[in-house]
Design a protein. Structure first.
Length: 107
């Protein structure tokens, strides 16, 4: 029971931390949470580099606290395996296949 409470508390703290990080920290320039105008919300082909948060910052020094950025036709974003939402889980799973994890999903 104590272990479950500890895990629950850790999970809650983690969620609150990420919520705080991405809702309260100021960004330099436009806010990444802002949706672009509809005319820019279309399918596109781009290279994506899943990397460390530190590398994202190095790639976009002009943006304070950059969560992700685009340089040329390449998007730099943190490795989704460290995030917890459904889309991140999907991307983490598919990235593992790119990295050699077979379709049989061995452990």
């Amino acid at each position: 029971m104590t272990r479950r409470l500890g895990l629950l508390a850790a999970f809650a703290f983690s969620g609150l931390f990420w919520w705080w990080l991405f809702t309260l920290l100021p960004s330099g320039g436009s806010d990444w949470r802002d949706r672009p105008p509809t005319r820019f919300q279309r399918d596109a082909t781009a290279g994506v580099v899943f990397t460390t948060e530190a590398r994202v910052q190095r790639m976009c020094p002009q943006v304070r606290n950059a969560v992700g950025c685009t340089v040329g036709g390449t998007i730099y974003v943190p490795n989704p395996c460290r995030w917890g939402d459904g889309y991140a889980t999907l991307m983490c799973h598919e990235m593992a296949h790119v990295s050699g994890w077979s379709a049989s999903h061995e452990r």
